[in-house]
Design a protein around this ligand. Structure first.
Ligand code: SF4
Length: 353
């Protein structure tokens, strides 16, 4: 990790196995940018995965590994940042316990993260159904049913999340425009801790807003595993080609030379990402200057080189488990050192040492 950079950034992802292009453009590509500007700690949030799926851990380790391979193939560089698995840094669990002692229960019950995660559970339970349907079903649940569904760890999820950030004294946490509530609790917990013990041990992190392109799924809805509309990182180019050719387009365009509206078209959303000349495509589409088949073929041509190169890098890391383990061990070591320093300070001000 590059220690010359001063400001610290922390970010994690839940290990969901293979990532898709929505994850890549929504977060992963940002990791690659951030590592050049900040001292970054990027972690696989396997403890967070347990908060909603503790009863099924069969694929957890393999999912974590696959995700790290995607990160490395995407250009996250272990020479520039610390890449590690959250549970390999036991200081996180210890600090979570300590910060849990000063976190009011009301904050956790009211926190939007709790509700979002409940929604997430519901999405899994009612996979394939619209969010709205899941939300309606959830609204009908009684308090008792809700508490049956969630666990102590699930309710305490925001404390764990705050710890991930505070333990490395992060200056910034990358968030989307609608996600500030996610990190507000980290700021609240830091402030409360500092107030109670009259200290400035914990830093209040700031959100680092990033603009990310809109990546729809093949059917035009949000790209999501639960909708089965993803293009996964590492997919074979032939499979991606098939998916591109099946993408949702403007339904009003019946013939190749019909004028159409590119703004509602999934293929055009991808042109915006991959085609530097996408504005020209916009005009061509509006004028009916080309058909959707040709437009899709062109999109795949633009994507193919990137996909092939990504897959080569992916295969390299996948074939060298020893290297992967070395990278993760080194990252965890760096994270443990940083975490231990904060934990010691916290214990000292709490008079535990
Ligand atoms: S021509 Fe291209 S942008 Fe226009 S509707 Fe067809 S696929 Fe979409």
């Amino acid at each position: 990790m590059d220690h010359t950079k001063e400001k610290i950034v922390v970010s994690g992802m839940r290990p969901t196995g293979r990532l898709h292009l929505g994850n890549y453009f929504g977060a992963l590509r940002n990791f690659v940018d951030l590592q050049n500007k900040y001292k970054c700690y990027f972690f696989v949030a396997d403890l967070h995965a347990l908060t909603t799926a503790a009863e099924n851990t069969d694929d957890l380790a393999a999912n974590s590994e696959q995700m790290v391979i995607d990160w490395l193939a995407a250009g996250v560089d272990p020479e520039k940042c610390a890449i590690f698995i959250q549970s390999h840094v036991p200081q996180v669990s210890e600090l979570t316990t300590l910060l849990g002692m000063i976190t009011p229960l009301g904050w956790l019950l009211r926190n939007p993260t709790y509700k979002e995660q409940l929604n997430e559970l519901f999405r899994k339970k009612y996979a394939g159904q619209e969010d709205k349907v899941a939300a309606e079903k959830m609204a009908m649940l009684s308090e008792a049913e809700l508490s049956e569904m969630s666990s102590f760890g699930f309710l305490g999820y925001p404390v764990l999340m705050a710890t991930d950030i505070l333990i490395h004294k992060a200056a910034y946490v990358p968030v989307g425009q609608d996600q500030t509530a996610h990190m507000e609790i980290a700021r609240d917990i830091a402030r409360r801790f500092n107030d109670i013990y009259s200290t400035d041990t914990l830093f209040e992190p700031k959100p680092l807003f990033t603009s990310v392109p809109k990546v729809p799924g093949l059917d035009g809805r949000k790209m999501s595993k639960s909708y089965g509309n993803t293009i996964d990182l590492g997919e074979d180019p032939a499979a991606v080609r098939k998916k591109v050719m099946s993408m949702f387009t403007d339904p009003n365009k019946q013939r190749a030379n019909d004028p159409a509206n590119p703004e509602g078209c999934t293929v055009y959303a991808f042109h915006k990402i991959y085609n530097p000349d996408y504005q020209k495509r916009c005009e061509e589409c509006k004028a009916g200057a080309l058909g959707c088949v040709a437009c899709k073929k062109h999109l795949f041509e633009l994507m193919e080189k990137e996909i092939t190169e990504f897959n080569k890098r992916r295969a390299f890391y996948e074939s060298d488990k020893a290297l992967l383990n070395k990278i993760l061990e080194r990252g965890a070591q760096q994270a443990r050192e940083s975490a231990e320093a904060t934990l010691k300070e916290v214990k000292k001000v709490m008079k535990l040492l």
